[in-house]
Design a protein around this ligand. Structure first.
Ligand SMILES: CCCCCCCCCC/C=C\CCCCC/C=C/C(=O)SCCNC(=O)CCNC(=O)[C@H](O)C(C)(C)COP(=O)(O)OP(=O)(O)OC[C@H]1O[C@@H](n2cnc3c(N)ncnc32)[C@H](O)[C@@H]1OP(=O)(O)O
Ligand SMILES: Cc1cc2nc3c(=O)[nH]c(=O)nc-3n(C[C@H](O)[C@H](O)[C@H](O)COP(=O)(O)OP(=O)(O)OC[C@H]3O[C@@H](n4cnc5c(N)ncnc54)[C@H](O)[C@@H]3O)c2cc1C
Length: 697
């Protein structure tokens, strides 16, 4: 979970307490006797009011379209405000905390969040949202996000009955210990062993090598008492491959590691603050014994005699927790992307540069066409990811229900879609956050813009829960033209069809877009298949390996088709509210035509459109940007984020950016004293030495 918050060090620190601080060092507006009044008056001004007035749609109804329902808007609103108004959840100076302070702050927030959840008797939906708005990654993410789902998905009814109530009441804290120092992507290559001992009816969990040390699990380093550990099951002398086991790691009395367990944190990570609130851990086992019934036995069992029995279900169900988390990550991508875009759009409307010859007002940078062509596709992508995320959630729920009824027919489709969408949406979002930082110019590089930390927290999403390249290759290896691949059944038509677009406006026709995207995806897949069979006369796997860079691109084309299709389907639905459907239609077109323009090489190379049609798409894109421009600020308002959640002086709702930037600067610990620490040791002697040298000349 979560970002931000107050900290004991900065709370105790009084702003002007240092004896070496001079009064003249205060921000000038604070020297003014009416300083605070003046600030307050400024804060009441909505610097973005003019922008909001130009919106041609009902923002409140757009909030509903974004959130999914009126109920969802209300719940999100209540939880966001609850968090924003609670001093424990304050989010200032997090990037200035030491690792230990940050971790303690995370424990404090998690404990306080839990207290509020219990006191207010929040529902699961409310509790999830509250944690989201607290916004600081921590052990609870893995406890709720992976440990509990692993037991639910892979535990028998008895196991669920025993372990879930303990987890629900936080009597135990769990993590998901799969990855090892030597193996992450290749799950079948994990080395940890779980050897059944029929004499004692126990499994012996062991780390035979350094590379078998569990490495990365979040929450493992310092917080968890238990883990679902993935290990090779060995019984009757035979290795049956990877299975899940519930293993207690720490004492429930004093939190010390149990005998045979060595564990700790793996060390600092990218960026300040950011993901360093999480105790990603290392874990080694030295012949640790657990009762047989702590093997998760829903999919396969080991009998008292040590016999291995596999239920009649696909072995890939072992990977179910990862599929679940991947679909949550897609939903999360739209949140991270929309936060960055909200900051960049609001700031671009406030920021002015050039354009005035006579001392008059300068131009809002949002009016520059280049700014629009960089920013509006990201705005459209945030909406696109939101809707495809909703669809993926539906698909996941559907496959789960089917699995309950022992229908495994959609398992492969769910795996392919979650893997591919996770890969594409996280890669785009990580790049987009960085683009938003650049769109905010120099100020975007300040921690107070919120963007550096958002990027640092977000970027590992390209790696965790499956490296994006590895996941795209999984998608590319899919074989059956079912579900979202059904368009491949139209192979004859799509291989030879020619786009009928003859004017820029023709690109507003969803059928024209759909056909171009289908033809491109299919033709790329067919090209790959042909090249693979040519590259490897004897073995398909060798050809697959040889052509894997092309396969990646074909997989991306397929996923972009899914995203475009789901956006088009969304816009076809009944959408209430003045102008809401029209705005979504425009954003859908921006998304599709931007992808077409960006990947024009694919579309042209596969011959599904002509260069002239490509140019017309770009022409239409320019017109769409002009249509989005007056609605841009209102479109990001519809995300309904509080200033607390955004955590950005540049993205403030009121657009009053400059006083906020100015004020934030003075909170830096470097500004605690006028004369910096180290002056007497290093600066003064240097200066004096130089002065002396000069005086001798
Ligand atoms: C945790 C909270 C979640 C909240 C998310 C919201 C984010 C909010 C942000 C908050 C901040 C912090 C929280 C973030 C927490 C991050 C936690 C991270 C956790 C982890 O990273 S856990 C470790 C994850 N590890 C991986 O993902 C490993 C990747 N590797 C694999 O998945 C597999 O090894 C593989 C799929 C790449 C290959 O597997 P293998 O067994 O070798 O299979 P193959 O031989 O290739 O394929 C065999 C057949 O099985 C099919 N298959 C493979 N996988 C699946 C699956 N999952 N489901 C169904 N089918 C599958 C495959 O297609 C083959 O089929 P075929 O034989 O061809 O028909
Ligand atoms: C912040 C964070 C949190 C995490 N949390 C957890 C957790 O809670 N629990 C847990 O068990 N794990 C966790 N992980 C581990 C994570 O799941 C793995 O790091 C991830 O699955 C990638 O595996 P890897 O590190 O082995 O990468 P590698 O597979 O070693 O990848 C290295 C490079 O090789 C490439 N590559 C690998 N295989 C192939 C291939 N077949 N074809 C082409 N290229 C390939 C990749 O694209 C990449 O460029 C976390 C990781 C991070 C960064």
């Amino acid at each position: 979970m979560w970002r931000g918050g107050s900290n004991t060090r900065t709370c105790k620190r009084r702003f002007f307490s240092s004896p070496t601080r001079s009064r003249h060092h205060r921000p000038p507006y604070m020297l003014h006797s009416r300083g605070s009044q003046h600030l307050k008056a400024m804060a009441e001004v909505d610097h973005l009011a003019a922008e909001r007035a130009t919106a041609r749609f009902d923002v409140e109804e757009m909030k509903v379209a974004w959130a999914g329902s009126r109920h969802a808007v209300h719940v999100a609103d209540r939880m966001a405000r609850l968090v924003a108004s609670d001093p424990v959840f304050r989010k200032d100076n997090r990037t200035m905390l030491s690792r230990k302070e940050l971790f303690k702050d995370t424990l404090r927030k998690a404990a306080h969040a839990w207290k509020r959840i219990v006191e207010l008797r929040l529902t699961e939906e409310e509790a999830d949202l509250l944690r989201q708005y607290v916004d600081q990654p921590g052990y609870v993410d893995l406890h709720w996000g992976m440990f509990v789902p692993a037991i639910k998905g892979q535990g028998t009814e008895e196991q669920q009955h025993k372990w879930l109530p303990l987890a629900y009441k936080f009597q135990i804290i769990g993590c998901y210990a799969q990855t090892e120092l030597g193996h992450g992507s290749n799950v079948q290559g994990l080395e940890t062993t779980a050897t059944f001992d029929p004499k004692t009816d126990e499994f012996v969990i062991h780390s035979p090598t350094l590379t078998s040390s569990k490495w990365w699990p979040g929450g493992l380093g310092k917080a968890s008492t238990h883990a679902v550990v993935y290990a090779r099951l060995i019984t009757e002398g035979k290795d049956y491959g990877i299975h899940g086991f519930i293993v207690q790691l720490r004492s429930l009395e004093d939190h010390s590691p149990l005998p045979g367990v060595t564990l700790g944190d793996i060390g600092g990570k990218f960026g300040s603050g950011a993901y360093n609130s999480m105790d990603n851990g290392v874990l080694r086992f030295d012949h640790v014994r657990i009762p047989r019934d702590q093997m998760l036995m829903r999919l396969s069992q080991v009998t008292r005699e040590g016999k291995y029995v596999h239920s009649n279900v696909p072995k890939q169900l072992l990977y179910g927790t990862m599929v679940y988390v991947r679909q949550s990550i897609v939903a999360d991508a739209s949140k991270a992307l929309s936060r960055a875009v909200c900051i960049a759009v609001r700031y671009s409307a406030v920021r002015k540069q050039f354009g005035s010859q006579d001392g008059g007002p300068e131009t809002q940078v949002l009016n520059y066409k280049t700014q629009q062509s960089r920013l509006f596709p990201l705005l459209a992508s945030a909406y696109a990811f939101r809707f495809v995320g909703d669809w993926l959630n539906w698909l996941y729920t559907d496959v789960t229900q089917k699995l309950e009824a022992k229908d495994f027919s959609t398992l492969q489709e769910a795996h392919a879609c979650t893997a591919g969408l996770k890969a594409v949406t996280t890669s785009v979002t990580a790049d987009a956050i960085e683009e938003c930082r650049k769109l905010c110019g120099g100020h975007g590089y300040l921690n107070s813009s919120g963007l550096p930390e958002l990027f640092a927290v977000y970027v590992p999403a390209c790696t965790y829960e499956g490296d994006n390249v590895v996941l795209l290759l999984q998608l590319a290896s899919g074989k059956q033209p079912v579900g979202t691949m059904a368009y491949m059944g139209k192979v004859q038509y799509l291989m030879q069809c020619k786009s009928a677009v003859s004017s820029a406006e023709d690109w507003l026709n969803p059928d024209a877009i759909q056909e171009a995207f289908e033809a491109r995806a299919l033709r790329m897949a067919v090209n790959c298949a042909q090249n693979i069979s040519q590259a490897a006369s004897q073995e398909e796997a060798a050809g697959f390996y040889e052509r894997s860079p092309d396969l990646l691109e074909a997989a991306v084309a397929h996923i972009q088709l899914i995203i475009v299709t789901k956006f088009i389907e969304k816009v076809h639905q009944e959408i209430p509210g003045h102008g809401v459907k029209e705005q979504l239609q425009a954003l859908c077109n921006v998304y599709a035509l931007y992808i077409l323009h960006k990947h024009l090489g694919d579309f042209l190379a596969t011959g599904c459109i002509t260069p002239r049609q490509g140019a017309l798409a770009n022409e239409q894109l320019g017109k769409l940007y002009a249509q989005v421009r007056p609605n841009a600020v209102a479109l990001v308002d519809a995300f309904n984020y509080t200033d607390h959640y955004l955590g950005s002086v540049l993205g403030r709702y009121d657009g009053d950016v400059y006083p906020a930037l100015y004020e934030e600067a003075w909170k830096d610990p470097l500004n605690e004293t006028v004369v910096p620490e180290g002056y007497h040791e290093y600066l003064r002697p240097l200066i004096k030495q130089q002065q002396l040298k000069l005086s001798r000349l």
